[in-house]
Every structure is written in structure tokens, then in C-alpha cells.
Design a protein around this ligand. Sequence first.
Ligand code: 5GP
Length: 192
Amino acid sequence: MSKGLLIVLSGPSGVGKGTVKKEFIDDPDLKLSYSVSMTTRKKRPGEVDGKDYYFVTKDEFLKKKENGELLESAEFVGNYYGTPLAEVERLRNEGRNVLLEIEVQGCMQVMEKVPDAVTIFIVPPSMKELENRIRGRGTEPEEIVQQRLAKAEREMEMSSNYRYVVCNDDPRMAADIIRVIIRRSMQKTEEK
Ligand code: 5GP
């Protein structure tokens, strides 16, 4: 059995990564497991500890990072985020394809450590549409919305570092394109 793929999904805040992901994550042919990240950010309404994120304190986070327990980590709008390494390795060794949903700094670290990672960047149909989506979520104060928008502009400039760029005009269509990318990547590793 070959080791599972490492798939990285990125894109600016509000682009709809979660919605797109929901459309393909349970497809049995793709053998996907989602890597639950660790974060110091506050839980949003409806989020579940251990499912959406592992919600930890800053001290806990920094200790894990120091001990080399994170595959990558980044600070994003005042909070820390990181990918627990052991879980990713365990799943890949079981032949599962592991999906990370992380921001661009983290993806750059992954690319260095895992050069054959399948990296996918999701873009919005336009920046105006992205702004509408961020505001539409309505969960954050204006100051944070502004920070997320500024961050989004910078993140968009990093899209050329990714292997694939997919536009989320329609989440089901974007998910279909990602399915093709994953299936083809699986075939390529089998051919090796
Ligand atoms: P949010 O606070 O909206 O859930 O996430 C903010 C950003 O952090 C998103 O772009 C999300 O993809 C990213 N993110 C979530 N988990 C991780 C992680 O483990 N590492 C990194 N580098 N970014 C993450």
C-alpha cells in the first residue's frame, strides 16, 4: 500500500473553502481524512472542539510547537494555527489522503517539508464578491473584517505558488474540479 497524499487547500478568508470541502470530503473514492488543526482563536457559534479545531491556549500551542509536534504553523489575524504532525503521518501511513485547510504561510512550510504535496488555492470570482461573503458571515467586528480583507489581498498574490488554482463561483463545480485533481494525483502515485 502506498502512502496517502498530502493535500493542501488554501484560499482567502471567506472564499468558501469550508463549503467546497463539504462537497467532496465524504466521497469514498477519494479516501480523504481531514486534519483537524490546533488554534488559539475563540470558538465560533456552532464549532465543535476536536472536529472543527482543537481549541487550545497560547501556552499549550507554543509548547507543542517547541516540541516539534506541528507540521506547520502560522499566526493569522492575532491567533495561532497549526497542524498536528503525528496524526497526519499516522493517517498517511494507513493509506489515507490527508486534507489540510490552512493559510498560505503554513502551505509554504508544507511545500518545503513535503515537496510532492498537492496544493490547491481557491479564488473568489472577484474581490467585491469576497468582501460580501466576509461581511455576510456577520460574526466579526468591522476591525477584524478589515484585517481579514487586507490579508485576503496579500494571500491572493501567493496563489501562483500553488500547483492548482480553482475558482469558487459555484461550490459544487469547484468541488468537482478538486475531485478530478485528487483522483488524477492518486493515479499518478499508483503509476510510480
Ligand atoms: P478561521 O479563523 O477563519 O477558521 O481560519 C483562519 C485561517 O487560518 C484560514 O485561512 C484557515 O484556512 C487557516 N488555518 C486553519 N487551520 C490552520 C492551520 O493548522 N495552519 C495554518 N497555517 N492555517 C490554518
